[in-house]
Design a protein around this ligand. Structure first.
Ligand code: NAP
Length: 446
């Protein structure tokens, strides 16, 4: 891989130079193994340790198919989906790979005894498959994680609705936590050039998801003046939802679990903050079988105290079972709860009387289509939305990085250096960097 890294670092290699580089037969990657999916049987979820299940080793380079691209990965990031894959919950991701593998000769490549994980990257295109004209070797890129086939009619209004829609590096193989990744060319987007490799890699999945869930007409369709309740406001998704609310003239009401996280939300410009640990909300009884509406009311009263008596227009939901009843309760008449996840449990319970009598709507959201992803990346490239990278690990430490996210011991995003030999490399637009440096550092909690 040294020849590839040298070409990237030289700064003057042409597209022809990149195209003439010899591709490696194998590359370093972080993966889980099919023969280990039962390794945590009987272990409580919180004790399942990604350091035991994620391996970093050489794997063979697959064959490149039509419409695809190999990218030399300079940096990647940890997403919660890598935590799910590494603890084999709620299901082992090998089932996704097997199903995908049954589609065609080409998709069969994904069905392997190992799953290379990771749904974010920044890097340089090494090679493109037949039919790719928009991208060429040497292009500096980031990748969004929507993989679609689009052979049927269903996805042609909104590619998220394609019947063959998958999340790259989670429901497909050859993900971004590696020195080389294989993506579809229509996942590629230009790298924001005022950012380092690790900063540029970190917003991807969560930034695009937050954009659709809160801003897009397919999600919350947020407008100026909306009160937006954001759970985990300094976490992966929440750090971007907070920025979108502030940018769009809405008022974020940020829920966090400690003062350090509250400080990050404040440094982004949020003023209304609820520290859920300090407030000690107990929405469920100890057995987790019944909710306490008095606690929903106490939470709602605190929101009104902060907003000057107003309720929430849009709830940005993802914790799921633990918070969903409260989320439905505190939404104003006619308001919206947008949900993209169920981290604390997917069997949600809420009092439907509060929903139907008050004409509230629950809107499901999942990742983002290419257009939405492009918009979200464009906002990063224009310096209107900033990365929230708090810590960066090496590829060999992906297990530890995933454990941090699993244990909620992180803030914002956790980055991973792949081919990049150190942090701080990859900035081409120094002038724009200088203009945004202080915001970038503030949002990183530096
Ligand atoms: P993250 O970085 O871990 O952030 C989640 C935040 O939620 C945490 O920082 C935490 O903040 C808060 N939280 C955790 N437990 C909570 C609880 N019991 N009650 C209230 N808040 C709680 O993860 P993420 O990247 O934002 O992802 C969050 C979830 O969304 C994951 O399940 C992930 O798989 C899913 N997701 C789905 C999509 C999609 O496209 N459908 C995309 C991205 C992520 P505090 O401790 O400060 O409160």
């Amino acid at each position: 891989m040294q020849n590839i890294l040298d070409a990237i670092q030289s700064g003057n290699a042409t597209s022809e130079d990149f195209a003439s580089l010899e591709l490696p037969e194998s590359y370093r990657a972080a993966f889980v193994k099919k023969d280990e999916v039962d390794m945590f049987e009987g272990v409580p979820s919180k004790d399942k340790d990604p350091r035991k299940s994620i391996h970093v080793d050489e794997v063979p380079l697959p064959e490149l198919g039509p419409g695809e691209a190999f990218v030399a990965v300079m940096a990647s990031a940890i997403n919660y989906n890598t935590v799910w894959t590494s603890i084999f919950e709620p299901v082992s991701t090998f089932g996704f790979l097997e199903r995908y593998g049954r589609n065609s000769e080409l998709t069969k490549r994904h069905d392997l005894p190992y799953h290379v994980v990771g749904s974010d990257l920044s890097g340089v295109v090494l090679a493109v498959g037949a039919g790719v004209t928009k991208w060429k070797p040497g292009d500096r890129v980031v990748a969004h994680c929507l993989s679609v086939e689009l052979e049927g009619p269903d996805g042609h209004n909104d590619t998220m609705l394609d019947t063959e829609q998958r999340i790259w590096g989670f429901e497909t193989n050859f993900g971004g936590l590696a020195d080389v990744a294989m993506v579809k060319a229509n996942q590629l987007m230009p790298k924001p050039e005022h950012l380092t490799w690790e900063e540029a890699a970190s917003p991807g999945l969560v930034n695009c998801t937050a954009y659709r869930q809160l801003v897009s007409k397919n999600g919350g369709d947020m407008k100026q003046g909306d009160n937006v309740l954001i759970w985990g406001a300094s976490g992966g998704l929440g750090g971007f939802a907070t920025q979108y609310a502030l940018n769009g003239g809405a008022t974020p009401v940020c829920v966090v679990s400690n003062e350090e996280k509250a400080q990050i939300a404040r440094s982004m410009g949020a003023e209304l903050i609820i520290n859920r640990s300090e407030e000690g909300y107990k929405f469920w009884n100890d057995e987790g079988t019944e909710q306490d509406p008095r606690e929903w009311k106490r939470f709602g009263a605190r929101i009104r105290e902060l907003t000057g008596g107003e309720d929430i227009d849009i709830v940005f939901e993802h914790p799921g079972r633990e918070t969903f009843g409260a989320s439905v309760f505190v939404t104003r008449k006619g308001g919206t709860i947008t949900t993209c996840a169920s981290t604390t449990g997917f069997m949600h319970e809420y009092d439907n009387r509060y929903l139907w009598m008050n004409l509230k709507r629950i809107i499901s959201s999942h990742f983002a289509n290419y257009r939405e992803s492009w918009e979200a990346n464009r906002l990063i490239a224009k310096g209107k939305i900033h990365p929230t990278l708090s810590k960066t690990y090496s590829l060999d430490e992906v297990g530890q990085a995933s454990l941090d996210v699993h244990q909620n011991a992180h803030q914002g995003k956790v980055g991973v250096l792949c081919l990049a030999p150190e942090e701080g490399l990859g900035v081409l637009d120094e002038e724009m960097r200088a203009r945004h440096e202080s915001a970038i550092n503030r949002f990183r909690g530096v």
